[in-house]
Design a protein around this ligand. Structure first.
Ligand code: GDP
Ligand code: MG
Length: 245
């Protein structure tokens, strides 16, 4: 049994981010040298692991690419085993500002999961067209499930307390967007609470996002459908058990 400790584990999913991950890790440690940083190198074919190690992170190496969700589940499993009571995801590409980590962690005073959310009056992050509509619909659906108003449910900049870490170890899908959306809905159904904290997102430092505009729009549309179905199913199941009671 590992003893629980108060340090915060910052989990950084990274796939071929050798140009960004070093700066990201150094920035995190510059904000607070007490943070423990775990970079999950997800089968990168570049120097991501070495660069992360040299910058002062613990590197968890996956033998092949699992996707962001698989990498995060690895990070949460590590957090759970080592007894961390708070963990937060910060992307390797520089989009999540380490200066906001403390702010997102503070959300854990009110809930089990705290989301660093764009579109909450802060910053100038803009998404347009069908992608924007899909994100608005998704936010409405998940807000209903979470019983609180959420505006950015696909943000990866999220903090978890011990209860949420344990929940994520048992369920965290590896598929793109499942890592944010599906994991959130399942956590809410398991009784966990969610809050959001406004943050500004920065542009990616180098390289391209793993999904282009078409890929991410298709995934978003699919997620709207899947979550809509999950929502339709849920009340019926409850009604049946009430009947039985
Ligand atoms: N572990 C892992 N990380 C990934 C993968 N794809 C992207 N990432 C990381 O997840 C973060 C967000 O990815 P990104 O492609 O920028 O997605 P976006 O910001 O949602 O457009 C970055 O730190 C990436 O390095 C993957 O397949 N595995
Ligand atoms: Mg990104």
């Amino acid at each position: 049994m590992t003893r629980a400790h108060d340090a915060v584990l910052v989990i950084v999913p990274a796939w071929n981010e050798s140009r960004n991950v070093g700066k990201t890790v150094r920035e995190i440690l510059a904000v607070d040298a007490g943070y423990h940083v775990a970079v999950v190198d997800d089968g990168s074919v570049d120097d991501t692991a070495q660069v992360a190690d040299e910058a002062g992170a613990t590197v968890l190496r996956l033998p092949f690419n699992l996707g962001v969700g698989g990498a995060m589940r690895t990070g949460f499993t590590y957090a759970h085993r080592k007894g961390y009571r708070r963990a937060i995801q910060v992307d390797a590409d520089g989009q999540h500002n380490p200066a906001d980590i403390e702010k997102v962690l503070a959300g854990l005073n009110d809930a089990d999961i705290s989301i660093g959310a764009r579109f909450s009056d802060v910053g100038d992050y803009e998404v347009r067209g069908p992608r924007r509509w899909a994100m608005v619909v998704l936010a409405r659906i998940v807000s209903r499930v979470a019983k609180t108003r959420l505006t950015d449910v696909t943000s990866g900049f999220r903090a978890a307390n011990a209860k949420a870490i344990a929940q994520y170890v048992s369920y965290y899908p590896s598929e793109y967007l499942g890592d944010t959306l599906d994991s959130l809905v399942v956590a809410c159904h398991a009784g966990l609470t969610v809050t959001q904290v406004p943050v500004a997102m920065r542009p990616r430092m180098h390289g391209n996002p793993s999904q282009g505009p078409i890929g991410s729009t298709v995934y978003l549309a699919r997620s709207v459908l899947a979550l809509g179905l999950a929502l339709l199913r849920r009340p019926r199941r409850l009604a049946r058990s009430e009947d039985a009671a």
